[in-house]
Write a protein that binds this ligand. Sequence first.
Ligand code: NCD
Length: 337
Amino acid sequence: MTVNDPSSTSLQLTADGQLRHFLTLDGLDRTLLTEILDTADSFIEVGERSIKKVPLLRGRTVVNLFFESSTRTRSTFELAAKRLSADVLNLDISTSATSKGESLSDTLLNLEAMASDMFVVRHSQSGAPHFIAESVTPGVAIINAGDGRHAHPTQAMLDMLTIRQHKGRFEGLKVAIVGDVLHSRVARSQIRALNELGAAEVRVIAPATLLPRDVESLGCRVEYDMARGMKDLDVVIMLRLQKERMEGALLPSEREFYRLYGLNQEKLALADPGCIVMHPGPINRGVEIESAVADGPQSVILNQVTNGIAIRMAVMSMAMGGQVADRNRKLAEGAHG
Ligand code: NCD
């Protein structure tokens, strides 16, 4: 299996194009991405009510299966499932049987035996959610919560929702992604989403050592100089240096990185005055972003977190709907066959 396998399209979509798993943005068109954003928009209001619940996943069991650490993603998936009225199981892999040598397939067989309806999977191996979706019992939806360096599709979609809220459109926008693109599954999914939704230009700004070799083929322009890269920007997305994924020295020093690529007020002033500042978190103040900018008037970093709940509600309810439609189709075929 390769992670960019075109089979991921048929794997994650039903015969009539509905979402049934959410593994990657590859193969999803503008209409479907817009449907996810519109569905999320309708869930924002639920988060503002005093009783923050809708019954769409009532009686369903969602398992959060996180093989890598997470704060925002895991807690917003949990809240999203609860706001959809699902029962939620958070499996702490470090204390589970995996640490006693159980294989991923055996862990999954056991969870399927508990009649789970959806697995939200984060894994350090690119392609792990795809692998699970290929082998899981029909009817169970798999949602990718970040796999290796490959994809983080719900993060990219919550970023798109945040951009649409603040800019009202994607057409004509100039967006830059700054920093450790090499190790970032978020950047890969963002570049894909921005291109599909019609952004005018996606730039990546980073030293050559922090860029993947094939970066331009992902659909972006490379800029090594931050001052030049900031010019006319509508959106700047900062990334964390993913030191846990770095092998060997890719940087002279953090101080040097901050001097050249860290976002401070002086560099932000080079962008369009209405430029918004984004970051998927966790942020490292003084490493890739200055506090005055992270907490400043142009920052929408905490809006991104809030939007994460609505996007995850949208994706989970749409995937469950697709699984139900699949099942009904199969039952109807059986009845006629
Ligand atoms: C990111 C991730 O885990 O890919 N964080 C997130 O999900 N919000 C980025 C990171 O860890 O730097």
